[in-house]
Write a protein that binds this ligand. Structure first.
Ligand SMILES: O=C(O)CCC(=O)C(=O)O
Length: 245
């Protein structure tokens, strides 16, 4: 459970880092699972999936992400249902929650590209803006050099801003650079096994991985069970929701 201080930090800034939630044994199992899943996925990708899931620009086939680990992979489902994680999620968005979408972000060394500034609630379009929460778990240590998240502190108190997507990257919804001038983005490094929690309205981004180390992370997107995604910016398959509590 979070302390009063942690709770008020989250309420003020729209995000919170909690270290040492997962053991290094849990993390090694998750990384091993990603290795085998990536190999399987790369071997059977369609042309359309290549455009969506591979990093741009590199010469090698570098995987950018994998979708729905909480649904497809036992190891990740256990992480999403970890009692300490669920207790914090319920403290932040209320009891009775599900993971409706989840993502492994690979951010490979040297070629891992940036994720532009966005609010998850523009992607998800919930009918209650306080009913979504992202639980972002650092599998590798996330630092400024390898592309940790940056947050606009307090931006969750604002409305959901207009987003656009480049024509050749319909999945890459983002806020116009001009609108972003009013927000200062501050880095949130996280040690391996730690979690960065963020409110669905909090502006966030990550930069390129300019280091020689990977920055793998998994994000579980939770929704309180009495809320609905009424205006999603991208399609989500609600047949594969993982009910957690
Ligand atoms: O890991 C990243 O680089 C982006 C993560 C993100 O945007 C999210 O978890 O909502």
């Amino acid at each position: 459970m979070l302390t009063e201080y942690q709770l008020s930090t989250f309420q003020e800034t729209g995000h919170l880092t909690v270290e040492n939630v997962f053991t290094q044994e849990d993390i090694s199992k998750a990384l091993q699972d990603i290795e085998s899943w990536s190999e399987e996925f790369l071997a059977r990708m369609s042309e359309e999936q290549r455009r969506w899931f591979l990093e741009r620009g590199g010469t090698a086939q570098a995987l950018r992400k994998l979708d729905n680990p909480a649904y497809h992979r036992e190891q990740f489902q256990q992480m999403a249902k970890h009692p300490d994680v669920v207790a914090i999620v319920e403290q932040l968005i209320g009891s009775g929650v599900s993971v409706f979408f989840s993502q492994v972000f690979m951010k490979p060394p040297e070629v891992g590209g940036p994720k532009p500034v966005h609010q998850d609630n523009f992607y998800f379009g919930p009918n209650d803006l306080d009913a979504t929460l992202t639980v972002w778990i650092a599998l590798d240590e996330a630092t400024i050099e390898n592309g940790c998240l940056y947050y606009g502190d307090g931006s969750h108190k604002r409305e959901v801003l207009e987003h656009f997507a480049p024509e050749d990257e319909p999945f890459n919804l983002q806020v116009e650079a001009d609108l972003m001038k009013q927000f200062e983005m501050t880095p949130a490094p996280v040690p391996s096994g730690g979690i960065s929690f963020h409110h669905g309205n909090t502006l966030h981004q990550s930069s390129s991985n300019t280091s020689q180390r990977p920055r793998r992370a998994v994000a579980f997107h939770y929704l309180r069970n009495d809320a609905k995604l009424t205006k999603p910016g991208l399609p989500y398959d609600l047949d594969i929701v993982v009910k957690v509590s």
